[in-house]
Design a protein around this ligand. Sequence first.
Ligand code: SF4
Length: 187
Amino acid sequence: MTDYISISTLNDFIFCPYSIYLHNVYMETDEGLYHATPQTKGKLAHEPVDLKTSSNRSDDILALPVYSEQLGLMGKIDVYKRKEKKLIERKYQLKQIYQGQLYQLWAQFYCMTEMGYEIDSIAFYEISTNKMIPVAIPSDSDKQELVNFISSFKAFDPLIPIPVNPNKCRHCIYCNLCDKTEEENVY
Ligand code: SF4
């Protein structure tokens, strides 16, 4: 049976692979125990979509569960505008677009196209500034880059030592629970 990777964890894996291990260990516990302010804000920003209330246009599909057998991915999209054939990922704030966030959007794109949806354009929408940020449709080489990244995700072994970056640790929601660092969380 295929082990599906959650699209929402792709960005976290780039930030620190060990955080995925900790996420799996602690996912049954109360999120309030480890969720820091930025994560809570981001989660709240997604809530209207998850509750399907952020758009009342009948041609918009919200919070659609998606998957790709080919890539071994599963997750949920934010918004698909049927008339425009446009896929949108909402973020509370986007000072810059990180590679992991791009991988998330590419992953959603490949899931949806495999499921039979037509997509002409993809974009991020920054909630705090009410700004749409268009992104190029991934090329064949982008797809190969995503495939390679997914392979490294699947091959990760939490027992193998990883480089620890104290600056990242200080901003990591698992900082106080992580056995790799003595740093204190800044939040
Ligand atoms: S605290 Fe540091 S080492 Fe531990 S998961 Fe977070 S970033 Fe990785």
